[in-house]
Design a protein around this ligand. Structure first.
Ligand SMILES: Cc1cc2nc3c(=O)[nH]c(=O)nc-3n(C[C@H](O)[C@H](O)[C@H](O)COP(=O)(O)O)c2cc1C
Length: 386
């Protein structure tokens, strides 16, 4: 048994309704690229992998990043870039339909994370090597504290031309097409990857968005492109499906980068997205229990909730003692869930996402509930799909 808490873990096992979706508990599997979808197709092993996490107590699964239906979406990006799934084409849609059915059969819910790599895509790689690498201003960004392998860092930060108006429209349409496909195969909502230095984040970050047209300028204007995607997705899929938006202060280019240095600035970034139709902000940090801004212990998910009035997801080091990018195996027996439960009880956030620990143990949710120790995540686990 792990440490006992004064607050009951049952707090996280209350259902939640978001538009037309009811989730049986507050435990979410965080989106994690796995690279087990050759030719962009999720096969039976992927369906079994997700079904096991739903059976194991994850009320909601956010899938691995799914490439949007545009040639520029995917390539080598310093992560496990190969074999990333698509959400277009007969084989890929049939694969996803099977994944969704398997998860639903055990009472789980599942939402795909739509992903465009933006400046992180290495030119000349991916399923369409001749496609251009697209970004708002053709700028990779300044290098700060990063774990990107030096060979993946471009010698010249200017990696291309600013996206044209036609390219912007094409990419918006690619997101919308995938959202429609997601609804058609039975997914329970739409999630957008707006963090970590990828395309949507390239628009949000002043270092990669130097535009002076309607897609750039101050924080609010830099949110215009992701907000337009949200608006168009909402119009395409109707009112029933919730839209999740993941954002992060940190970028792979620079872990210390920020979009906002205080709550008022955060509101400038997020309100255009909230107004466009985002229901839940997924605030990606490496340690959920760190203060987002000076003067309050509240974390980034808490501030996202506070400034927008929308729901939020906390993530980062919940089931692991080291944050993502920090090496070593977690000492799962030493994890104290009291701060998590206290923050949740204080309504800092509505959902709790668990990443690596859920790769390590598909039954993480059920074990958390009963106080059993989960099998700890080991970095080798990313190499298999179990
Ligand atoms: C193998 C791996 C792949 C990941 N892929 C994605 C991804 O596709 N999209 C995303 O938004 N975050 C991705 N992440 C970040 C996780 O969603 C999560 O935010 C991070 O692991 C921190 O949570 P944790 O401390 O519980 O692991 C990935 C993380 C790992 C370990």
């Amino acid at each position: 048994m792990t440490n006992d808490n004064s607050l009951s873990r049952e707090l996280l096992f209350e259902p939640l309704t978001l538009r037309g979706l009811t989730i049986s508990n507050r435990i979410v599997m965080a989106p994690m690229t796995r690279g087990f979808c050759p030719d962009g197709v999720p096969h039976d092993g992927v369906a079994t992998y997700y079904r096991r996490r739903a059976e194991g107590g994850a009320g909601l699964i956010l899938t691995e990043g799914v490439a949007v239906d545009h040639p520029s979406a995917l390539g080598d990006a310093g992560l496990q870039e190969c074999n990333v799934p698509f959400l277009a084409g007969e084989a890929s849609l049939a694969g996803w339909r099977h994944v969704v059915d398997e998860v639903h059969a055990v009472g789980g819910r599942i939402i795909p994370q739509l992903w465009h790599q933006g400046v992180m895509r290495k030119r000349g790689t991916g399923p369409y090597p001749s496609a251009p690498t697209l970004s708002p201003s053709g700028i990779w960004g300044p290098l700060g504290m990063t774990s990107i392998d030096p060979q993946s860092i471009p010698a010249d930060p200017v990696i291309g031309e600013p996206m044209t108006e036609a390219e912007i429209e094409e990419v918006i349409e690619a997101f919308v097409r995938c959202a429609r496909n997601a609804a058609a195969v039975g997914f329970d909502g739409i999630a957008l990857h707006g963090g970590h230095g990828y395309l949507l984040d390239n628009f949000l970050w002043e270092q990669t968005n130097r535009r002076d047209d309607r897609w750039g300028g101050d924080r609010t204007r830099r949110s215009a492109f992701p907000a337009e995607i949200v608006r168009r997705i909402r119009a395409a899929v109707g009112d029933d499906l919730p839209i999740f938006f993941r954002f992060s202060q940190w970028k792979q280019q620079d872990f210390r980068a920020t979009l906002a240095d205080n709550p008022a600035e955060l509101a400038e970034v997020l309100m255009p997205l909230a107004d466009a139709g985002v229901d839940v902000f997924d605030a990606s940090v490496r340690y959920y229990n760190r203060a987002a801004f000076d003067g309050s212990p509240m974390n980034l998910a808490g501030w996202a909730r506070r400034v927008t009035g929308k729901m939020s997801v906390a993530v980062g080091g919940i089931g692991a003692s080291q944050g993502m990018y920090d090496k070593g195996t977690s000492d799962v027996a030493a994890i104290d869930y009291t701060p998590l439960l206290q923050r949740f009880a204080n309504k800092e956030f509505d959902l709790v996402a668990v990443g690596r620990a859920m790769i390590g143990d598909p039954a993480w949710g059920n074990k958390f509930r009963s106080g059993q120790l989960p099998r700890p995540y080991d970095q080798q686990d990313v190499k298999t799909l179990a």
